[in-house]
Design a binder for this molecule. Sequence first.
Ligand SMILES: NC(=O)c1ccc[n+]([C@@H]2O[C@H](COP(=O)([O-])OP(=O)(O)OC[C@H]3O[C@@H](n4cnc5c(N)ncnc54)[C@H](O)[C@@H]3O)[C@@H](O)[C@H]2O)c1
Ligand SMILES: O=C(O)[C@H](O)[C@H](O)COP(=O)(O)O
Length: 382
Amino acid sequence: MKLVVDANIPASEACFAEFGDVVRLPGREITARHLKDADALVVRSVTQVNQAMLADSPVRFVGTCTIGTDHIDTAYLKAREIAFASAPGCNAEAVVDYVLASLLTLAERQGWLLTQRCVGVVGVGNVGSRLQARLQALGVEVLSCDPPRAAQEGSAGFEALQTLISRCDVLCLHTPLVTEGPHRTRHLLSASEINALKPGSIVVNAGRGDCMDSAALAERLTQQADLTAVLDVWENEPEIDPQLHALATLATPHVAGYSLDGKLRGSLMIHHALAQHLGRQSPLTLADICPSPALGELTLQQAIPTEDALRLCMRAVYDPRRDHDRLAREMQHQAIGNAFDRCRADYPLRREFATLKVRLGDDATSLAPGLRAAGFNVLTEA
Ligand SMILES: NC(=O)c1ccc[n+]([C@@H]2O[C@H](COP(=O)([O-])OP(=O)(O)OC[C@H]3O[C@@H](n4cnc5c(N)ncnc54)[C@H](O)[C@@H]3O)[C@@H](O)[C@H]2O)c1
Ligand SMILES: O=C(O)[C@H](O)[C@H](O)COP(=O)(O)O
C-alpha cells in the first residue's frame, strides 16, 4: 500500500508507516501525478483535494489532519465512494489559547481588563464553544451567534450577528468557510458589518480568511483607525494582502491551531480512521506519540492581579507576539507567500496551556479559579 502524506504532518511515521510505504511531500506540491499509484492520501489544509487531483488515481482513502474541510471536495469523494475522514476538534484548545493570549496581550498594551469587555463569539462549534466556556469561567460576558445551531436547537442562548456587532467590544470569528446554502460564511463580515463595528472594538479572525472582506477591513482600518484587528487567517493565503498585514495589530500566519498537541491529535485521529477503513484496530494513543513538555511546572508564591498571573503563565507556554514578529521579519527578506509558508513549515514547538502545571503556594491560592478557568492545570499545596 502506498500513502502520500503531507510533509508538514508530525508523527507521520508513527501514525502511517504500519499501513505501507509513506511518501512525504510538501502539501502545496502534491499533484495528480503523485497519486497515480497511491492508495491513501493524508493532507492538511493547503492541499486542494478534488476531481482534478483524484480522477486518474486508485486512492480509496483521504484523510485531513485538520478541523477545516473547505479544501476537500467531499461531494466528489462521496460520488466516487472514496472514504474520507477529518479531525474535528483536534486543535480547538490551541485556537482558544491563541485567542485568550492575544486578548490578554492587547489588554496589557491598551490598558483594560478582559473582565471589563463583552466578547462576541461567531460560530459556536468545537472552537467557539470552548472559547465561550473559558471566557465565561473567567467572568467575561459572552454573546454567541450560530444560526445553524439556533435553527436546530432553538434560539435560546444565541443572538443575531447584528446584536453582537452593536453590543460587543470584541468580536471573534470561528466559522468554517461555507460557500453554499442558507448559512454561507464567505464575507460573513462584509463592508456593512465591518463599518458597523463599535469604535474602539477588536475583531479577531481565527476561522477562515474568506469569512471576512479584507478590502473592507483594510479600508476601515485606514480611514478611521478605530479598530484593532487580530488576524490569523487571510484571504488568498499564502499571498496575503501586505497592506492589511501592516494594519493588523497582531498578524500571524494561520498558526492559531499549531500546538504540537493539536497537530498530533489530528495525525492520530486520521491514523485511527485509516485503521478502521482497513478493518483493523489500533492501540496507538496520544501519550505514545506526544513528548512531555519542556516546561512542566511553575510555582506562584504570592497573589498578584489575576490577569497578570494569566499573562505570566500564558507567556511561559505561548506568546502570539512571537508569531507576529516572525512573520513581519520573514516578510522583509522574501516574497510574501514564501515568508508565510516558511513560518508555518518551521513552526517552533508550542504546547497547550493545559500542559503547564501551575503550583500555587499558600499565599497564592486565590489565583486558582482564574488560572483553572483559563485552562491551566492548577496544583495547590493542600
Ligand atoms: N486558525 C486556525 O489555525 C484554525 C484552527 C482550527 C479551525 N480553524 C477554522 O475554524 C473553523 C471552526 O472550527 P470548529 O472546530 O469550531 O468547527 P465546528 O464545525 O466544530 O464549528 C463551526 C461552527 O460554526 C457554525 N456556523 C456555520 N455557519 C455559520 C454562520 N453563517 N454563522 C455563524 N456560525 C456558523 C456551525 O454551526 C458550527 O457550530 C474551522 O472550520 C476552520 O476553518 C482555524
Ligand atoms: O482547519 C484547521 O484545522 C486549521 O486551520 C489548521 O491549523 C490548518 O493547518 P494547516 O493544515 O494549514 O497546516
